[in-house]
Ligand binder design. Structure first.
Ligand code: PGA
Ligand code: ZN
Length: 402
């Protein structure tokens, strides 16, 4: 294995036009890796701390780079990530910033892969089987509001789920067609729509109308393509919950936690939802547990609830809160921590869904992570360059494996 020879950090643009951290890692054997940190808008209360990029870069140069250069092997991810933790010294990366940490962690993985000439997904431990029947099904955000768009739905994301697609390529194109078909349905209803942060349509409609529109669009595309396309939600309910009053607010509607649960369970049944993420507040483990029992087949996923954190996941496993965890490396700061969450979830029989953030770059690491961990679903959005970068990488990875 080869030692890290150099680490450089810079500020680059993310998809919202904000600065973010990009890292380059060079190994002594000449391997190179580059990665950039994404950034959330509806961030969980318990996420690792993202610092302003210039501060995160300065702190990482001071504390992390000296512990990496000439000290750790780029191909040994645990060693790299342990050095990042040691350099930071806190339990939430508030010293060097989770944005610097995750950029370096991912860049080191790519440098390690490059050094030995392997694709990243293979280097990350994915025994990709060319003939396997399954691949990560991309969940395509086609309509959304919440913190990602003003004047639209209270539910943050309506996600096309092409569960019957015969290949990842077919699934990716199906989601793009659902996105285009939503525009047709909006047009037929005399509605025009802007796009939110992830490129999903943000029409000026309430949640109920959005359900009708997405149901119609997924049905049309499923009929045309001849395979099943369901849909799911990211409610991002922590953003709707008023802890002082103990109610969820969506437009003019107020719901108690119990009413919120029954509402979601009713929707899961009515629309045969494939997937429901963060249907309840990020502190409501008991509510998640009750809902998981209530909905049967619908995957109940914790994003803000678990924040890719093994300790919070452990609490979820004990209480039966959800049957799926969302995995976002920047929520926890390193690939090793993300892998540990995937591994713990797997042992508990829970699905691990790999995800992008609403603020993204052209970085494709999560496509490799999803394949390497055999994720049932991957959230990457549907259109827009920072989203298609990952989707096109998934297509290439599948081709590689044939
Ligand atoms: P965020 O939203 O990246 O803005 O936090 C994405 C999500 O909630 O899944
Ligand atoms: Zn979410």
């Amino acid at each position: 294995m080869t030692l890290v020879e150099a680490v450089s950090l810079r500020r680059v643009l993310d998809s919202r036009g904000n600065p973010t951290v990009e890292a380059d890692v060079l190994t002594e054997a000449g391997g190179f890796g580059r990665a950039a940190a994404p950034s959330g808008a509806s961030t969980g209360e318990y996420e690792a701390v993202e610092r302003p990029p210039s501060e995160a870069i300065a702190a990482a140069r001071q504390h992390a780079v000296p512990r990496l250069v000439g000290e750790v092997h780029a191909g040994d991810q645990r060693e790299v990530d342990a050095a990042l933790h040691a350099a930071d010294g806190t339990d939430d990366f508030s010293e060097i910033g989770a944005n610097s940490a995750v950029a370096i962690s991912m860049a080191a993985a790519k440098a390690g892969a490059d050094t030995i000439g392997l694709p990243l997904f293979q280097h990350l431990g994915g025994a990709f089987r060319g003939a396997r029947a399954s691949f990560p099904v991309p969940l395509g955000n086609v309509v959304g509001g919440g913190e990602h768009a003003a004047e639209s739905t209270a539910i943050q994301e309506f996600l096309a789920a092409p569960v019957g697609a015969p290949s990842v390529t077919e699934a990716v194109f199906a989601n793009a067609e659902v996105h285009a078909t939503v525009a047709d349905v909006l047009d037929e209803r005399g509605l025009s729509a802007a796009k939110g942060d992830e490129g999903a349509w943000a029409p000026p409609v309430d949640d109920e109308t959005a359900f009708e529109i997405v149901d119609e669009a997924t049905d049309r595309v499923a009929d045309a393509r001849g395979f099943e396309i369901g849909f799911g939600l990211d409610v991002a309910a922590a953003e709707l919950y008023d802890a002082d009053d103990g109610v969820y607010r969506a437009g003019d509607t107020e719901r108690t936690p119990e009413e919120q649960r029954d509402w979601i369970a009713g929707l899961a049944d009515e629309y045969d939802l494939v997937y429901v993420e963060d249907p309840l507040d990020e502190n409501d483990f008991e509510g998640f547990a009750a809902l998981t029992e209530q909905v049967g087949d619908t995957l109940v996923c914790g994003d803000d609830l678990f924040v890719t954190n093994v300790d919070r996941l452990e609490r979820g496993i004990e209480t039966g809160a959800g049957d799926s965890i969302l995995v976002k490396p920047n929520q926890i700061g390193t690939l090793t921590d993300a892998f540990d969450a995937v591994e713990r979830a797997g042992r508990a029989g829970m699905a691990a869904v790999v995800s992008h953030r609403s603020g993204e770059t052209e970085d494709t690491t999560i496509a490799h992570l999803a394949v390497a961990t055999d994720a049932p679903f991957v959230k990457t959005g549907t259109v827009g360059g920072e989203r298609t970068a990952k989707l096109n990488e998934l297509i290439r990875i599948a081709e590689d494996a044939v």
